[in-house]
Write a protein of this length. Structure first.
Length: 215
């Protein structure tokens, strides 16, 4: 098996990097990490040594490079089907892809005003126009997926899938900004936070150098 290497940004801030990290960890495959400090004068140059897009994350699998977090997760699902990164049921899989793609392309207000900062606590902040609507849509997705497909496990589709990897950064935002959640969403939040792979990522984030522009 060719070597797997995941190139990521600073773990405390890089929501795009967290997603494929969790998916890759779910496969159980050994992999190496390259962590590039964000916000430094040489950050772009260092990323370009790995990624043609000039952005992280990027997955290297032997001679193959895959950039973009969703493309990486799709590749992992195809390469390691035993990890069940998508639901096996066709209907559930279609919904999982829909909510994942919505997370990939939407929620601009939440992204802008409640940026990921795992080790920080900012209760009451980030409540800019549009954020409440984004939160309402996300929690509606969580409730719907848990009710329709969540039997057999604590995640959106029961067992852990790419959809959970994509909503994990939102979970951290809801903790950082102290977003009140209903019982179903709170239980889902806690399930994501309890993932060993997430805990490992969050522990590393605690010890990283702060970047003023992201704080």
């Amino acid at each position: 098996m060719p070597q797997l290497t995941l190139v990521v940004g600073t773990k405390n801030y890089s929501s795009w990097s967290l997603r494929p990290y969790l998916a890759l960890a779910q496969t159980g495959q050994p992999f190496q990490e390259v962590v590039i400090q964000l916000g430094e004068p040489d950050t772009t140059g260092k990323i370009l040594q790995h990624s043609p897009s000039g952005r992280v994350p990027l997955l290297k699998h032997g001679d193959l490079s895959i950039w973009d977090s969703l493309a990486i997760c799709e590749y992992l699902a195809e390469t390691f089907p035993e990890a069940r990164l998508w639901p096996q049921d066709k209907t559930a899989r279609a919904v999982a892809r829909s909510v994942t793609s919505e997370m990939h392309s939407s929620f601009a207000a939440l992204r802008q005003h409640m940026s990921m900062n795992i080790r920080s606590r900012k209760p009451g902040q980030g409540r800019a126009p549009g954020v409440a609507e984004d939160i309402a849509r996300i929690t509606a997705i969580w409730n719907d997926c848990r009710a329709r497909f969540g039997q057999g496990g604590p995640f959106l589709f029961g067992h852990f899938t790419i959809a959970d990897a994509f909503y994990a950064p939102v979970v951290t935002r809801f903790v950082t900004y102290d977003v009140a959640l209903d019982a179903v969403c709170a239980a889902y939040r806690d399930a994501v936070l309890a993932l060993p792979a997430f805990q490992k990522w969050a522990e590393a984030a605690k010890h990283e150098k702060p970047v003023a522009r992201y704080e």
